[in-house]
Design a protein around this ligand. Structure first.
Ligand code: SAH
Length: 253
C-alpha cells in the first residue's frame, strides 16, 4: 500500500484557527510527526501514533515522515501557522529532492494554515491592506548580511514588513539592530506593533512607533509588524486602537 504525507499548518495557536481541512487531514493520519509542543496541540486519537521531535532537527523529521509514508503509513507532519511559511513544507520537498529514489513516488498534500502574519494583522486591524512582505530575522538558515539588505530594500520600497522570528535566547540583539536599520530609512512615527502569542491565552498586543519601539516587547512568540508611512492608528469611541494601511497608495512609494 502506498503511503501518504499531509503537510499540515495548525494555525497560530487557538483551536478555532485550525481549518476544517487541517483537522480532517490530522484525523485521517495513522502517524503524526512534528515538533513536540505542536503535536501536543493535536487532539489525541486512538490508533494514532505521535512522533514528537526536537525543534532543530527539521530535515531528519521530514525524512522520518517520508519513511513512514514509504512503509505505507498515512502521515501528517505538522507546523504551527502555515506549514509553507518558514516551516516544514519546504523541508519535506528538500528531503524528497535529496533522495528521489526513495521518496519521489510518495503521495504528498499540503494543507494551508493561518499564518502568524495574518492572525496578528486581524488582531491589529488591517496593517496588510497594501503591499507587504515577510522577513524572518533568524540567521540560523541565512547570513545576517542578507537579512540587513532585505530589511533595507523592503523599507525603501514602501512595503509593510512582517518580522517572523524576531528574537530568541540565542539571538538577543538582532531585533534591536533591525529596528536601528529601519530607523535610518523610515520616519520615527512609523507604526510598529508587537503581537505576541496571538490566539493563545497569553496573547499580548503592544502598539508603538519606530522611534519608541522597545525590542524587549518581543519574544520568540512575537510577530513584529512594521508599517509604512501610510500606516496609521485609528481610535474608536471606546478608546480601542486599530492600525491599518489604506489600500490606495498616496505617494510614489
Ligand atoms: N509557520 C509559522 C511560522 C514559523 S516561524 C506560521 O506560518 O506562522 C516562528 C515565528 O512565527 C515566531 O518566532 C513568531 O514570529 C511567529 N509566530 C508563530 N506563532 C505566533 C503567534 N501565535 N503569535 C505571534 N507570532 C507567532
Amino acid at each position: 500500500m502506498t503511503g501518504h504525507v499531509s503537510i499540515v499548518g495548525l494555525g497560530p495557536g487557538g483551536p478555532e484557527h485550525t481549518t476544517p481541512a487541517a483537522s480532517n487531514a490530522l484525523a485521517a493520519a495513522t502517524d503524526l510527526v512534528g515538533y513536540g509542543p505542536y503535536l501536543e496541540r493535536v487532539p489525541a486519537r486512538p490508533q494514532q501514533t505521535k512522533h514528537p521531535s526536537d525543534n532543530r532537527v527539521e530535515i531528519e523529521r521530514a525524512r522520518t515522515a517520508l519513511e513512514f509514508a514509504r512503509a505505507g503509513r498515512q502521515v501528517a507532519i505538522v507546523s504551527s501557522g502555515d506549514a509553507g511559511v518558514f516551516a516544514m513544507a519546504a523541508t519535506v520537498f528538500e528531503a524528497i529532492e535529496q533522495d528521489p529514489q526513495a521518496f519521489s513516488a510518495i503521495d504528498v498534500t499540503v494543507v494551508p494554515g493561518v499564518t502568524a502574519m495574518v492572525a496578528a494583522a486581524a488582531r491589529l486591524g488591517a496593517p496588510l491592506g497594501h503591499d507587504f512582505c515577510a522577513i524572518s530575522l533568524s540567521d540560523n538558515l541565512k547570513p545576517w548580511d542578507v537579512i540587513v539588505e532585505r530589511l533595507k530594500a523592503a523599507a525603501g520600497a514602501g512595503f509593510v514588513i512582517a518580522l517572523y522570528n524576531p528574537t530568541s535566547k540565542a539571538r538577543p540583539r538582532q531585533l534591536n539592530e533591525a529596528l536601528e536599520i529601519l530607523r535610518g530609512i523610515l520616519p520615527g512615527e512609523t507604526q510598529v506593533a508587537f503581537a505576541t502569542a496571538v490566539s493563545r491565552p497569553e496573547e499580548k498586543i503592544v502598539l508603538s512607533t519606530l522611534a519608541d519601539a522597545d525590542p524587549g516587547c518581543a519574544d520568540m512568540r512575537t510577530l513584529v509588524m512594521i508599517g509604512t508611512e501610510a500606516t496609521r492608528q485609528l481610535t474608536m469611541s471606546d478608546g480601542t486602537s486599530w492600525i491599518y494601511t489604506p489600500r490606495r497608495a498616496e505617494t510614489s512609494l
